[in-house]
Write a new protein. Sequence first.
Length: 727
Amino acid sequence: MPDDAKKKEFEKLIKDSEAPVTLALYQKLNELFGTGNQLFSMEFPTRGLNAVDYEYNIEDCYSTISKPYPVQEAEFLLSNQMFDPSPIVQGSNGEKLSINYETIVNNYVPKLKSLQNFVLDQKNIRAWLLNKIKDTINDKEIEQSKMGFAKLLYEEYLNGKIKWEKEKNDKYNKCKKDSNLEEYTRWLSSEGLVKDEEINNLYNDAIVRGFYHEVLTLLGFLNVSSPAETLEITKQKMRISKRRSLDGSSDIYPVSFQPSNWFNALKPNLSPKDLLSSKEKLLEEYSSKKKNLAKLKSELSLLSAETVDPEELRRLEVAKKEKENEYHKNEVDMMKQYGSNAVNAFKAALDIYKNVDDAKQGLKTDKTLISMFGEIADTVVDDTGKMFDKQQQLLSSIQEYTDLSRKYAEAQSKDYTFQISKYNQQIQLLENDIDYLEPLITGVVKAENDKEVEGKELISEREVPDDFMDIIMTSSTIESMNQEASENSASSSSWKTGFWIFSANRSSSSSKSSESKANKDFSSSVEIGLRAKKISIERGGWFNPAIFKMSKEFYALSTNIKSNTDLTKEKALKYFEGNEKIPNSGILPAFTTGFVVAKDITIKIKSENTSSEIANDYMNSKSATSGGIFCFGCSTSNSAESKSKSAFTSSDENYVYIRIPGPQILGWFLEFTEFDESQEYDRLDPDYYDDADKVSNLQMNSYSNSVEDNIAFKDEVDEILQTLIKD
């Protein structure tokens, strides 16, 4: 068979395998990690993760306090994405959890009508607690509320108790120092008994005159948190927790991923011998990145030498501005001097005219024309000199301003700050990639020198790290999973394992024989091994999903804004299996509670009718152009943006091995919000908060301080409390 035909046959095998592999992987992950009513939503293709974005020092229990802002922001942005509730998704739907959640809670208005009777009872009880009475404490008459009396008399009891305990300790220490504890025991059995009774009487005062138990009982009735209060506290926590992102484009809220050292799990754990056959590619990629790094550093060095120091640029800008101000000032001064010269000339002419006119009329003048012309000449000369000085100052400042403007423009043209920043970013990324590759190459070279045989296992022999689970999908596993899915769907007229990503249609039973053969051919050709771990998302007090369960207690300002209309996990799966579009179900039908991370992925493909060289070349070209193999995102290109997607291919006899060491998110866990039962807003009764004529029998206007009144009042309170308990 020609090479082109073999290549096309192998290409068809890979294409036909995508649907069964994806379905089998989804079923396996859902079986291992899926729980309760949460929906596992697999992302296709998988999403690469860069451990550098999430690393920080967690050496002690206070590490969360000092978590760097960039890490906080990266974790929040990852957790703030929303996904359409479906078993398979192409990626996030572009909506943000925090924005939709804030929209919902701000659209809720608490219902107060159902609390009307309770609120009125609270008012009456509060009025009783604050009702003032008179009594005498320590021979001093005091007018105070019942709440205040309960506090004062109980404080009397506590202060007396503290004083008595101190007196006992002092007496004991003194007797012990004198080695006379016998005296302490006699004193304690005599005076101590009396003191204890005095303390008991203080407590009795707090009970009888201070209504201590009645006050605590009624406080228990008042101290109740309503759904309205819960909603308000949630809004307050959102406001307190909010801060702006580093670029100022969005709001950031605190989140934490559990376990807290989850980013350590992102480091690959492939054994070096697993990459023995990829040694040349590793060395080629490493050498290419080292060359690029050296080139970037050389260009950065040239730019840094040519660029103007930012401080010098700022100094020139300030000096240019100051000289510009000086130039404008000199210009104004010259104009003022010109005006002054004109005024002096006019005054001189007027003075001459006046003296000549006076002389004609025979009036005595103080000055002769000769002396006046002399003075005018002096004034003109003086004004001309001043005008010349102002002109020189103006010309000088214009020249200096022009020179500074030219220097500043030249300095701006040599300001490479932005370019240097870009170079530094590129250098940092390359250094991260080199740090990633160096231990792999070192391990591979050592394994080769030790004459180790390349590992053919689907899972590396290295110890499983950080509670990862090893998942192996062999030919028999994949075949049985797809067979089970096919049988479960046999009752329907048509069935698809997914939307556009699958091309595995099963229509009735007409194609069962050909289908079985295709599955058999496929299942004997592809096997997968990987390590997976579940990461949980905790959002703290700013996100309170219990609000959704309380929706019946709220009105909605806009009934078009609903968290979730009627979508459940069962309904979402039903729509998916029927290949139907899931209808709009509110702006927050579900939210993410965690995700599954996989790493050390190994794909083993059997190529009986294709040479391993042809298969290897095809897999390299496919991963380099399409960005993925099966459902896994990967790239064999040296210019891969994320090292988490770096793939290393090798071949041996009739097998092709694809190894993806870096971490990837396989899917997300979605918790469905409760059915939104909020109703259209209904205005309050205008008299709802009107206290007039709403005083019940609990409202006591005044009580005398007599023993009889207090006893009668206590009986009435007891009766009311019994009524409340029965109700």
